[in-house]
Design a protein around this ligand. Structure first.
Ligand SMILES: [Fe+2]
Length: 373
């Protein structure tokens, strides 16, 4: 399994480390930026739910501004009979540090409570550490696991859950078969019962002091809102709270208007964009994060880029080409990204590509030097 550039050289890493280290202060177009975004010292992303797991055979490694750890970091006297589980869903835990201040944010909840609960337990994560959660959009593979966040131990004070619009709660129909199966709807009452307190915000906002959401993502690149679901206004959601052009429809194509990316600015490194499912386009998501923060340097783009149906293989390859212009230091494809993008990205810019699995920890910080594996 290829994890990173097989052809990368020590000299290449040193060069990129020096270039990154020179950017000790992120340049900003502060006057134009709508949000004053803090710069965290470190950001650790841990994969809680994704498609794939891997045994204990991958070596941890470091690159400039990035540490990748494949083990759980929890040595035990006896191997567990249980194992980390993969499924077609996404959940990421983001832990950040700014001076002495620590923050913890869960981004999405995976597909099923059983998998999220299993993986949280095996990774030793106590969800009482969470300060907030973000749900990127109202699809089952991102919200389905939410009952597992606190299990039977609902906290006295509910956890803030940021979503991008009322559309999050509309019933969906998935155009993945004939007849198209009903995906269902996110249940507000069940969310409250599970200890989550919904906040709807279509504008960019700070989350738990350290993170920020993009708010609504404009379609500003060649990318289109190609989404394999339709939504039913008024079923599960309040039709009157939807956009005027949608509220009277019985069923209409999703356009991802409510979808959010969750982002961080890492001091001396740049933006880390967690794109989740990228139904508005991963490039559009990154551009929006740049516009919101006023920070142009992109350290990493992480998540599902949805370069599978209804998007085409040509669109996947074109996205790789466009990424070379944005020039993020790292690209971490997950979930719904698809093999065409991954193969093309490994061909064009192998040094940038990192492959995570369930349990993988990615630590982002300002580069301090080159430490090739
Ligand atoms: Fe998804």
């Amino acid at each position: 399994m290829t994890r990173i550039a097989s052809g990368s050289t020590r000299r290449g890493f040193i060069t990129s480390a020096l270039a990154l280290a020179a950017a000790t202060r992120l340049s900003r177009a502060a006057a134009a930026a709508p949000l004053a975004v803090p710069e965290v010292d470190t950001l650790v992303l841990q994969v809680l739910v994704d498609n794939a797991t891997f045994g204990p055979f991958l070596s941890n490694f470091e690159r400039p501004g990035l540490k990748v750890e494949y083990g759980s970091g929890r040595p035990a006297p006896r191997m567990s009979a249980r194992a980390l589980t993969g499924e077609f869903g996404l959940s990421v835990l983001a832990r950040s540090q700014l001076a002495s201040q620590s923050r913890s944010v869960m981004v999405d909840f995976g597909y099923s409570p059983e998998v999220l609960a299993n993986n949280l337990a095996l990774l030793g994560i106590d969800t009482s550490e969470l300060n907030a959660a973000v749900l990127s959009h109202g699809h089952l593979d991102h919200y389905g696991g939410f009952p597992a966040v606190f299990g039977d131990h609902v906290p006295a004070k509910h956890l803030p859950l940021i979503v991008g619009g009322e559309e999050t709660f509309c019933e969906r129909v998935a155009f993945i078969g004939s007849p198209p199966p009903v995906m269902g709807a996110l249940d507000r009452t069940a969310l409250a019962k599970a200890g989550l307190d919904v906040q709807i915000n279509a504008e960019p906002m700070l989350v738990a002091d350290h993170a920020f959401t993009t708010g609504r993502i404009p379609l500003e690149s060649f990318e289109r809102a190609a989404i394999p679901t339709q939504m039913r206004p008024g079923v599960g959601c309040d039709a009157a709270a939807l956009s005027a052009s949608k509220r009277d429809a019985k069923q209409l194509a999703d356009d991802g208007e409510h979808e959010l990316a969750t982002c961080y600015a890492v001091k001396g490194a740049g933006l880390v964009v967690i794109a989740s499912c990228s139904h508005r386009g991963v490039l559009n998501s990154v551009k929006r994060a740049q516009a919101v923060s006023g920070i142009q340097k992109v350290h990493a783009v992480v998540g599902g880029f949805h370069l599978v149906k209804p998007r085409t293989e040509d669109e996947a390859r074109r996205t790789v080409a466009e990424f070379t212009k944005i020039d993020p230091t790292y690209i971490v494809p997950m979930h719904c990204t698809g093999e065409v993008f991954i193969a093309e990205a490994l061909r064009v810019m192998p040094e940038k590509i990192v492959r995570p699995y369930v349990g993988t920890r990615l630590t982002f910080a300002a580069p301090t030097g080159a430490r090739p594996a």
